[in-house]
Write a protein of this length. Structure first.
Length: 399
């Protein structure tokens, strides 16, 4: 869509400029001029008595979509170590590529990273394109944008996936903008329509109350960022064979506007719940900050991490670092124990891919039981301490 000015009708009265809430209209030589900051709200159209402003659908020329083939994943790495989200993307990307009958490629950017290429092949990539250069040692969104956009222009994949991590969220939108294509952020499910070769990109909308499936029918590549821990990791098979191609910068202008001076590793006192194999979470049913000791005792006995619902975090019973859900962290542990959590859709979006879910809630109709592998109806202050005590007895018996 575009906001157009009919010069023959415009009198330069300035009413539209005064009405615009984004200061996106100037009056130049007696005619309204629309600036790039316009967000197409249409407020100016309503106040123009001369009907000099109108919204029109503008279709930019599109390349032949049939020339785009293949599924790509961006293999994120930090300090030469592949992120686990790369393995998750390879697992899902493999399914999409097989349904479309195309190859799966992984793109790896950095410095002294060649050893990681074979790991990507072992986890499902048919081909690995890697650019190894000192200029890419530290992540810089300008540099990574320039290199990935250049590779996509040359190779023309039909689908490009990245993790919705701090790195992915920082530069993948810039890549999409540079290529003039669409991007769906924070996807929780992906599928394809093989007949139309469309990527079905599903993400929560309206605060997580609904799930929207988004299509990009007229632009390529189809791009999406995917939440960490939504998909399972790809299995490793050292027998797999694949192509590994090293590419150079080849005169690409990195146009760096910033520079990384040094990287400081964050030191946390809390467990990183996104990497935990066992999580015990508490919700509003825990009732107080002091009562979270019950949750912590069970987590400690299991050697797991403590999680929480948004309600518990909003009540300031526990810090945001522990929040699981749509507005918190997405987790995929082997065991997730939900105590006093009703199971709102926002919370389920962050933990429903856990291998085993145990729910403890006194309300037999709580939505959490629909997602649970095992459910216990009862008072968590009776059940959870019993679980903790029994677990400790079992562990003592094995010594």
């Amino acid at each position: 869509m575009a906001l157009l000015v009919c010069k023959e009708k415009c009198t330069g009265c300035g009413v539209c400029a005064q009405t615009c809430p984004f200061d996106a209209i100037d009056i130049v030589n007696g005619t309204a001029v629309i600036k790039a900051s316009c967000n197409l709200c249409g407020a100016c159209i309503e106040v123009c008595e001369f009907e000099a402003l109108q919204m029109e659908q503008i279709e930019a020329p599109v390349s032949d979509l049939s020339t785009y083939r293949g599924v790509w994943i961006f293999a994120e790495q930090r300090g030469g170590v592949l992120s686990s989200v790369a393995m998750e993307l390879l697992n899902e990307g493999r399914k999409l590529a097989d349904r479309l009958g195309v190859s799966l490629s992984a793109v790896l950017l950095g410095h002294e990273i060649s050893a990681q290429a074979s790991i990507l092949v072992a986890h499902g990539a048919d081909r690995v394109l890697f650019v190894d250069d000192p200029a890419l040692k530290d992540f810089n969104d300008d540099a990574y944008t320039a290199v990935l956009a250049d590779l996509i222009r040359k190779e023309r994949p039909e689908i490009v996936l990245s993790g919705a991590t701090a790195i992915g969220r920082s530069f993948i939108p810039k890549v999409a903008a540079r290529l003039g294509t669409g991007l769906t952020a924070d996807c929780t499910a992906l599928d394809v329509d093989p007949g139309k070769r469309l990527l079905l990109q599903t993400r929560p909308a309206w605060g997580g109350n609904i799930l929207a499936t988004i299509l990009c029918p007229s632009r390529r590549p189809q791009m999406a960022t995917v939440r960490h821990k939504v998909f399972k990791r790809a299995d490793q098979d050292e027998r797999r064979k694949g192509e590994i191609e090293r590419r150079g910068l080849n005169g690409i202008s990195l146009d760096l506007k910033s520079q990384v001076i040094r990287t400081v590793e964050e030191i946390e006192n809390t467990v990183n719940i996104t990497e935990a194999d066992i999580i015990v979470s508490g919700g509003r049913g825990v009732a107080s900050k002091e009562n979270f000791a019950v949750i912590e005792d069970l987590a400690r006995a299991l050697g797991g991490a403590v999680g929480a619902s948004r309600g518990a975090v909003d009540a300031e019973w526990i810090s945001y670092a522990h929040q699981v859900g749509q507005t918190g962290k997405t987790v995929c542990p082997k065991l997730y124990i939900a105590c006093g959590i009703s199971g709102a859709v926002q919370h389920l979006a962050g933990m429903q891919s856990s291998e085993v879910i145990v729910a403890v809630n006194k309300d037999p109709d709580a939505p959490i039981f629909k997602a649970a592998t095992y459910g216990i109806v009862g008072d968590l202050f009776e059940i959870v301490p019993l679980m903790t005590r029994r677990l400790k007895e079992m562990l003592e018996g094995t010594k």
